[in-house]
Design a binder for this molecule. Sequence first.
Ligand SMILES: [Cu+2]
Length: 251
Amino acid sequence: MDYSIRVPDGGYSQMIAAFGILPYKNGDPDARRPPDRFGVTTISQPYFDYNAWPTRDGIVFLNKLDLPPWPPKVAFTGDGDAMHVLYLGKANSTWEFTLSGKKKYPSDRSAYHPLLYNVNSPEAHDEDLVICTQNGTWQDIVLQRLSSGQDIWNYTSVTEAIADHLEYFNLANPLYRDTFLTGFTGAMWVVLRYQVTCPGAWLLHCHYEMHLDNGMAMVILDGVDKWPEVPEEYALGSQEFVAGVAVDDYH
Ligand SMILES: [Cu+2]
């Protein structure tokens, strides 16, 4: 017995979708329908078609602004410890992008000198490409979509923005998410606020490979004061890990 799992997401100019087949052992093979035009054999009826449109009446779309965190989290409304205003958009040409608004993130930037191993390097302190934080602090990341328009971030702090536009903020049960879909037209900004509780190196990037690969990324080095020492067997230059040298017998 096969069920198709469809994950469609439709945008104005882009479509992201995928499907997979979930088979059940000892299912009734006679229950299958003939393959459809994508080669899917299934007995399940999709709620959405491949363009993310509902296939029947009564479909309720997910309201992405109404996702209370579980377990409940109380909003932090004090002053953040640091604010990072990022001016994301195209840079130089139609195929180049920036997240900070100041630099492109080269796709192989840390391939041979990973920041994880080189937290004291000049690259790790490049504020145009790296956000470096102390554990326990509150960080405000403001994403400003580059465009002309009314909604240009013009505040010195999130507290100031809240005072000016309280209605823009969810201070009751803010979404606990690691992605956000901006509007498609005009200028807009989004504030991401988080407390550093998970020390490590993270990539903050735009939504798909073409933008990421052409520069729209930054690195977050969170809680560097709590990073552990690299175990000797994994340290640079050890037998297990030799930076810049291809290891074809990798295990
Ligand atoms: Cu993108």
